[in-house]
Structure formats: structure tokens, C-alpha cells
Design a protein around this ligand. Sequence first.
Ligand SMILES: Nc1ncnc2c1ncn2[C@@H]1O[C@H](COP(=O)(O)OP(=O)(O)OP(=O)(O)O)[C@@H](O)[C@H]1O
Ligand SMILES: O=C(O)c1ccc[n+]([C@@H]2O[C@H](COP(=O)([O-])O)[C@@H](O)[C@H]2O)c1
Length: 214
Amino acid sequence: MSELHALFGGTFDPIHFGHLRPVEALAQQVGLKRITLLPNNVPPHRPQPEANAAQRVDMLRCATETLPLFEIDTRELQRETPSWTVATLETLRAERGQQQPLGFIIGQDSLLTLAKWHRWQDLLSLCHLLVCKRPGYATEMDSPEMQAWLDHHITQDVQQLHQRAAGCIWLAETPLYNISATEIRQRRHQNLACDDLLPAAVIAYIDRAGLYRD
Ligand SMILES: Nc1ncnc2c1ncn2[C@@H]1O[C@H](COP(=O)(O)OP(=O)(O)OP(=O)(O)O)[C@@H](O)[C@H]1O
Ligand SMILES: O=C(O)c1ccc[n+]([C@@H]2O[C@H](COP(=O)([O-])O)[C@@H](O)[C@H]2O)c1
């Protein structure tokens, strides 16, 4: 059996410590050797990003150039259509085969909205869901049906993530970071410092590119 490969999709407008630190802790817990960052092109269900796709990728590079855990996959940027996760996972499955364990990393806020995702019921046939804690969001699903679905798929056995190709949900014990890209964009627009919120190399890039300014 090949080793579990994890993907972390996001708008990353910009990437910040609320993305990096929890998934680094998740990698330790679950035994991930590699995390593939998947920047989206046309994010579903949200306002479009302020930084363009090339700038968001540049910021991912700045954030991860000294972190061998991470690599970047730009496949969603090659498509003009909304970046449906299920479609991306289907392309990865076709490349990697049916036996490869795949994990898709999300934060708790994304888990809560999962029932609105395109073909969400197909997701667990393609991957495991690896969920990071996020402060300020409910820990219970908002309907009994979704809670039952979650309870049915949760595993407490980390080996299942490595032995099965897909189908499990892992609620990771990750540190809480009360950081959002929205807050960072707003602070930048108000000329407020963001030093503890994202890597210095990303802040330097934002300064050079003149991003998040009025
Ligand atoms: N502080 C955080 N803690 C845990 N998970 C997070 C955190 N911030 C983002 N995530 C997760 O990372 C993924 C990508 O998030 P995204 O790029 O939309 O960042 P964001 O900070 O939520 O952005 P925005 O404020 O623009 O909506 C999502 O699955 C989200 O749940
Ligand atoms: O496929 C969907 O319908 C879908 C709906 C919302 C979010 N996603 C994906 O979830 C990831 C986190 O999304 P976001 O909007 O929080 O950056 C990112 O990879 C999105 O493409 C996917």
C-alpha cells in the first residue's frame, strides 16, 4: 500500500499561520510526509479573491520555500470553471489509481458547509477528510442528518487512513489559531501590522506587489 498523500485546498488570499500551523501538527499526528497545497481558481461559494492566481501561488511559494513538507499543485488554475473539489479529486484518483490513500484537509468551518459542496456525497468515495480545528466554529454539524453522516464516517484509528484508500473522517487535535485571510486583508487595507499572522516572506511579497491596498 502506498503512503497516505494529503491535499490541502484553499483560496489562500493570502496563506497564513492559521493554515500552516494546524496542518503541520496534523502531519505529525497522522504521519504525513508530504502535503500538496491546491490553490483554487474560481472558489465555489464565496467572493472572488483580491490577489490574482499567480500572486496567490507566489505567496504559497514564499511561505513554503523552507518547508519541505509542502509542495504546490496548480491544476485547479488550469481550468476556467469553478474549482469543484470532487472534480479535482477525480483527476487525482485517475492519476494515482484506486489503491492510493488520499486525504483532503479542511478546517472545521469547511466541514460545517460540506452539505453545500458540489456532489459532496461522492467526496468520501475519493478521499478521506482530515479536519483541523478552527476557533469560533461549532463542533457539531447543523442538522441531525449531517451529524449522523459525520458520526458514521469518523475514525479514531489512524491506521485506517493509511490502510484504506478513502472513506474516513479524521478530526485532528490541532492547535487553535484565530486567524483568517479576511482579517489580514482588512488589516492591510487599514495599514495595520500583520507580523504574527503570516510568514515574513509573505508579508514582504505583499509589500512588493502592493496587494491589499486601497
Ligand atoms: N485559522 C484557521 N484554522 C484552521 N483552518 C483554517 C484556518 N484558516 C483557514 N482554514 C482552512 O483552510 C482552508 C482554506 O481556507 P481559506 O484559504 O479560505 O482561508 P480563510 O482564512 O478562511 O480565508 P477567508 O477569510 O478569505 O475566507 C479551509 O478549509 C479553511 O477551513
Ligand atoms: O467543491 C465544492 O463545492 C467546494 C465548495 C467550497 C469549498 N471547496 C474547496 O474547499 C477548499 C477551501 O475552500 P475556501 O473557500 O475556504 O478557500 C478549497 O479547495 C475549495 O475549492 C469546494
